[in-house]
Design a protein around this ligand. Sequence first.
Ligand SMILES: [Zn+2]
Length: 320
Amino acid sequence: MFEWPDSSKGTTAYITHPACFGHNMGEGHPESPERLVAIKNRLIEENIFDSLQHITPEPATNEQIALVHPLHYIEYLESVSPHVGTFRVDTDTAMNSGTVLAMRYAAGAVIKAVDMVMNGEAPNAFCAIRPPGHHAELEKPMGFCFINNAGIGAMHAIQKYGLKRILIVDFDVHHGNGTEDVFKNDERIMLLSTFEHPFFPYSGDKPLGNNPNIVNIPLPAGTCGLEYREVVVEKWLPAIERFNPELIIIGAGFDAHREDDMGNFGLIESDYTWITQHLLRQAQLYCQGRLISVLEGGYDPDPLARSVAAHLKVLADADE
Ligand SMILES: [Zn+2]
């Protein structure tokens, strides 16, 4: 049975940085700074905010980002970063003058989370960051993402702490194509991605060859909590047992919520509670509770904030 390590571990780390508000893709864009404001306000309203450790990260260095992306890709993003206005890198993804710094702090938050969890400074962590990362491929920004925050954290854990098996569970409504692109053929990382299909980015539905660590679970539009929970029990848990992870990173996108127009799933807050409880239990079973949650999607600020609150209540055990 799981036993908490030393009592010095403190509470769940909530890692964010003001620079994450500085990335703005233009008026009316759904991936807006307002998302982080809504999350913070909701956590205060539900009396969760004060129970968390509030942590400010350092920005990720080129060396750290280059654990995943080639240096020339980082230099490309810096070279097209506009001083004023926005520069479009994809049909729906744009940079402003604050994007590069936001992206560095977003990845830096996950690196800080890894350090805290690995060093016993927090039992688990939530990174309230933007831009998100799971659509960012090796050398390609897309789908509101520039660099793969969760992937950079995973590689930091491998490089600095010598971990050999890291699980990334992506419950965003969209396929984690970027994470798949980065880690296909890397047996140190297992990606579990459960997503709506057919739907953006229209990937993840075909066999990937000899890649047992990429577990894609496409589900049809209309999938609700009951079906989703069945997938968790029947697909996620056996894969996690087989992999026996040393660290679990959640690609925590909340756009599978029923009220989120960016997806067509029917999850509600209690589903996120249930999913989080199951992932926390897996972390306790296999890796001393080491769990890091990284914000991905979730575009309607109100259900996003309610869902994050439900998620964090489980992580912080703040129900009492
Ligand atoms: Zn998404």
